[in-house]
Every structure is written in structure tokens, then in C-alpha cells.
Write a protein that binds this ligand. Structure first.
Ligand code: CA
Length: 230
């Protein structure tokens, strides 16, 4: 938890510890970056406004580092313009909260991010023992790479499968186009955010009864895409 305002920092840590998580607190961006280079975290909560190194630069530096490059990152922003930056140009954050926020909201988001499966090495979700994710009538069988919707088999390309799996295992969490680009194409430099829109369109044609009025894959205007909340 990186935040220089002691009241917010202490409150968040208090609640996360109350939930049973270990929570390291840091007030300075540079010191936080040093720590992120030495300790592997399951979740990082970063404020945007920080002394030393601002939260967005810290987020990018963590993503470019080694130990925590895949750690979920939740950003705290003070203003609407800051949250635009968070979801915009490749900050690499997974979710954000605008201040003032309720600490219970933060804990809920933290829990959702901590639940998510690792995105590297083709690891499966821990939704069920058999590696099957079920949500809103959508069934994703990860080991068999099979998708069924309302008992109907759906054929998906590898990319479509990856996007559906990513969004469905993080239902309700909004992904920016840049975040999807990084997570689905992983460093392929020949794709642009337009490729994300195209892939969403294709995926909707396969999984939605009416692609023009999607039930599962929702657009969050000006931000990105999410899978419908539970
Ligand atoms: Ca601050």
C-alpha cells in the first residue's frame, strides 16, 4: 500500500489486515519501487500523487521490472483527469478507485484482484478444481479450451478464448484497450488498440445472442471493456 497520506494509508492497511492479508505500507514512491524490486507482492495499491516518484511512473516501473511485473495493481486517483490517465496510456494498472472512496469498496476490489488467476505461463483459474469457470450461463473449460453458452458449444480462436477467459475471470473489472492489448497480444508491436475493438466485435458475434445488445461483453464508454458483473 503506497500512499503518503497517513490517514488513508493506515485505514486501508487496517482493513486489509482485518481481512487476513499481510500489508506493507510505504509513503514514498522511490522507496516503494526499491521494495517492489525485493519483495514479490500479490497486490499493489498505489496512490497517483506520491513524493519521490508518482504512482503512474511507479506503476510503469513495476511493470517493467522483474519480481512484480504481473502483480495486480490498483490505483488510487484524486480526480477524474487522473483516472483518465490511469486507464489510458499503458500505465499497466488493473483497476482504479477515485478518491474519496469507501474502504469497503477498496477491500472488495482488492479481493477481486487477489482472486484473479495469474496471467502468465498459461496457468488456469482457480474457479473450480477441474479448471472450469462458470459465470452467467457461460462455461469455460480451460484444460480443454472449450466454451459452452446455455448448453451450446462455441468455437473460438485462441485469441478470442484468451480475451473471454481474461474478462470472465475478472467480471465487473474494467480493462482499458491498452491493458487488453498488453495482456492478450503480449508485446506484439504490430497491433494497435483498434485490434482490441475488432477482437471484441468478433467475440461478441460468437457469444452474444444479439451482438448489438451484448449481455456479457460490455463497453464502458471512454474507458474500455468488462464482463458483466455477477
Ligand atoms: Ca497521496
Amino acid at each position: 500500500m503506497v500512499e503518503d497520506e497517513p490517514n488513508i494509508r493506515d485505514l486501508v492497511c487496517l482493513h486489509l489486515r482485518h481481512e487476513g492479508y499481510d500489508c506493507d505500507a510505504e509513503a514514498d514512491g522511490i522507496r516503494a519501487l526499491e521494495r517492489a524490486g525485493a519483495v514479490r507482492y500479490d497486490l499493489m495499491v498505489l496512490d497517483v500523487m506520491l513524493p519521490g516518484l508518482d504512482g503512474l511512473s511507479l506503476c510503469r516501473a513495476v511493470r517493467n521490472g522483474r519480481l512484480n511485473k504481473d502483480a495486480p495493481i490498483l490505483m488510487l486517483t484524486a480526480r477524474r483527469e487522473e483516472s483518465d490517465k490511469v486507464v489510458g496510456l499503458e500505465s499497466g494498472a488493473d483497476d482504479y478507485l477515485t478518491k474519496p472512496f469507501g474502504v469497503r469498496e477498496l477491500v472488495a476490489r482488492a479481493r477481486a484482484l487477489l482472486r484473479r488467476p495469474p496471467l502468465t505461463a498459461g496457468a488456469g483459474p482457480h474457479a473450480t478444481e477441474e479448471g472450469i469457470v462458470r459465470i452467467h450461463g457461460v462455461e469455460i473449460d480451460v484444460p480443454k479450451r472449450r466454451v459452452r453458452i446455455d448448453q451450446r458449444d462455441i468455437e473460438l480462436t485462441a485469441q478470442e478464448f484468451r480475451m473471454l477467459h481474461l474478462l470472465a475471470t475478472h467480471a465487473g473489472i474494467v480493462f482499458s484497450r491498452e491493458a487488453l492489448l498488453g495482456k492478450i497480444w503480449r508485446g506484439d508491436t504490430f497491433v494497435t488498440v483498434r485490434s482490441v475493438d475488432t477482437l471484441v466485435k468478433r467475440l461478441r458475434r460468437r457469444i452474444e445472442a444479439d451482438p448489438a445488445v451484448p449481455r456479457y461483453l460490455l463497453t464502458v464508454w471512454g474507458v474500455g471493456y468488462k464482463f458483466a458483473d455477477v
